[in-house]
Structure formats: structure tokens, C-alpha cells
Write a protein that binds this ligand. Structure first.
Ligand SMILES: Cc1cc2nc3c(=O)[nH]c(=O)nc-3n(C[C@H](O)[C@H](O)[C@H](O)COP(=O)(O)O)c2cc1C
Length: 249
């Protein structure tokens, strides 16, 4: 599909982790937030609260709590997207409903989807203004310290964090990592496991598209597993998620 500005922007968009010193203007910030609010939202409930982190000390704390990623503290705009199952509960209470149930796992899963969809609208809006962004998934780690730092009450759970800023030239030049081919991620009608040979071919083709013709599947997948899936931070994510989750049981 040629000459489609939105499709081109979605294809070109890549994460930005080094920012120029340029600030994000109040108008730009407003447009990013407005776009988030315009995202589809279950029952038009907007099951999220967005924390605009303006305090440099708090940015530094978040950079530390989120697996020590210092670039977070250098971003001119830092937004934490909280899945919020509390606002409507409070509204039900305010409306005098006494026997309302507490939010359950389904409410949290719906709020998580709602929140991340709003976040992605913010990403696309920023991209349209030449502002780069990067998701920070580690915001779901360190539940105790995170709750303390952000004053999170019951039924309010971090879904994702986004940092925004103008990309440096080096970041603009950096190639975007290639994705898997369609066949690797789309099934017709029902789920089907990729066979070991198909997985090997999927990963090798993606590596070739990323300029790695000598890709060694066994070695690379083992290294990735050690670095990410089996890492301390990954296990910390699950520990924290289980604690957040318990509130909804
Ligand atoms: C849920 C989620 C969590 C992420 N967490 C981090 C993170 O903590 N640190 C980081 O540098 N990038 C993070 N990223 C960015 C991914 O690494 C990035 O999207 C991926 O490598 C693909 O690259 P691209 O966005 O440039 O196309 C995250 C992305 C998502 C969607």
C-alpha cells in the first residue's frame, strides 16, 4: 500500500534510547496524552491512570528500579501507564452501591489491555511529531519499592512505562530490527505449534533480514534464553506480578 502516511510511520517506527537535549513542548505533551485518551477503551471506561513523571529524582529512582536503565532518567517525558481497576470501584462506592464485588483477574486483564492500547496510541502520536519513544517493561518489577515510590494503592498496577524524546542522529541511523515473517506468527483459525524445523527456519530468516547470514540458531537461542528468559530480572517480574495478582484473587 503506497503513499499511506500511517502505514509508513508504523513501519519506520523504532525504539529510541538516546535523546537530544531538546525538550518536549507543552503542546506536544498535550497531543501525546490526547492521542492516548482517544484509543479504544473497554466500555469507554479508560481503565488506566497515567503518571507524568516530572520529578528528576523520581525519574532516577525509576531508572534504577527498572533493571538499571540510566537512559530513562535522561528522557524529557516519562509516562507510567497504570492499569486502574480502582477509579470505577471508587465511583461505584461513591454512587452508594454497597455490595459491589472487588475487582477480579478478568478486570485486571481487561485493564491491562486497555492501558497498553492507550500507551501505543501515545507512541504513534509521538512518532508523527518526530518524537521517539521506548517502552520499559521492567516497570512491573520490584513491586514493593515501586508501590512505595509511586504511591500505588490496591487495584492499581503498572502496565508499562514509556520514555519519550527526540532521537539523536545515531538513533535515527540505527537500523530497525527485522520482524518474523507472517507465517511465523499468523495461524488460520486455530493455534498450531511451529515445528522445531519451522522455528529454526523462522529465526534464521529473521537473522538474515537483520544482516546475520552466519546465524547459529542453537547458540543464539541459548544465549537469548540465558540473557532474558532465565535472567534475574525476568524472574523478578514474575515474583512482582504474582504479588500484584494476589489482590485480584
Ligand atoms: C512490553 C515491552 C517492554 C519493553 N521493555 C524494554 C525495556 O525495558 N528496555 C528497553 O530498552 N526496551 C524495551 N522495549 C523495547 C523493545 O526492546 C523493542 O521494541 C524491540 O527490541 C523491537 O525494536 P523496535 O521497537 O526498535 O522495533 C520493550 C518493548 C515492549 C513492547
Amino acid at each position: 500500500m503506497e503513499n499511506n502516511a500511517i502505514l509508513s510511520a508504523l513501519t519506520a517506527r523504532k525504539s529510541v534510547r538516546v535523546f537530544t537535549g531538546d525538550p518536549i513542548t507543552a503542546d506536544e505533551r498535550g497531543a501525546i496524552l490526547h492521542a492516548a485518551f482517544q484509543a479504544p477503551t473497554a466500555g469507554n471506561q479508560q481503565l488506566y491512570t497515567i503518571l507524568d513523571i516530572t520529578d528528576p529524582a523520581l525519574k532516577a529512582t525509576l531508572a534504577d528500579l527498572c533493571d538499571h536503565q540510566p537512559f530513562i532518567a535522561k528522557a524529557p517525558l516519562v509516562l507510567v501507564f497504570l492499569a486502574d481497576c480502582r477509579r470505577w470501584l471508587n465511583a461505584y462506592h461513591a454512587a452508594g452501591i454497597e455490595d459491589v464485588r472487588k475487582p477480579g483477574a478478568g478486570d485486571l486483564m481487561l485493564a491491562m489491555a486497555d492501558t497498553c492500547i492507550a500507551a501505543q496510541n501515545a507512541v504513534v502520536a509521538a512518532e508523527s511529531m518526530g518524537i521517539g519513544s521506548c517502552y520499559i517493561g521492567d516497570v512491573i518489577e520490584n513491586v514493593e519499592a515501586m508501590r512505595d515510590a509511586l504511591h500505588l494503592p490496591d487495584f492499581v498496577v503498572p502496565a508499562c512505562m514509556l520514555v519519550f524524546g527526540r532521537p539523536t542522529e545515531q538513533q535515527q541511523r540505527r537500523p530497525k530490527p527485522a520482524r518474523f515473517a507472517e507465517a511465523a506468527v499468523v495461524c488460520e483459525n486455530t493455534y498450531r505449534d511451529r515445528t522445531p524445523d519451522e522455528l529454526r527456519a523462522d529465526f534464521t530468516a529473521r537473522a538474515a533480514a537483520n544482516g546475520q547470514p552466519d546465524y547459529d540458531f542453537d547458540k543464539a537461542v541459548t544465549a537469548f534464553c540465558n540473557r532474558k528468559y532465565a535472567s534475574d530480572f525476568s524472574q523478578e517480574m514474575t515474583r512482582s506480578a504474582e504479588i500484584y495478582w494476589k489482590e485480584f484473587e
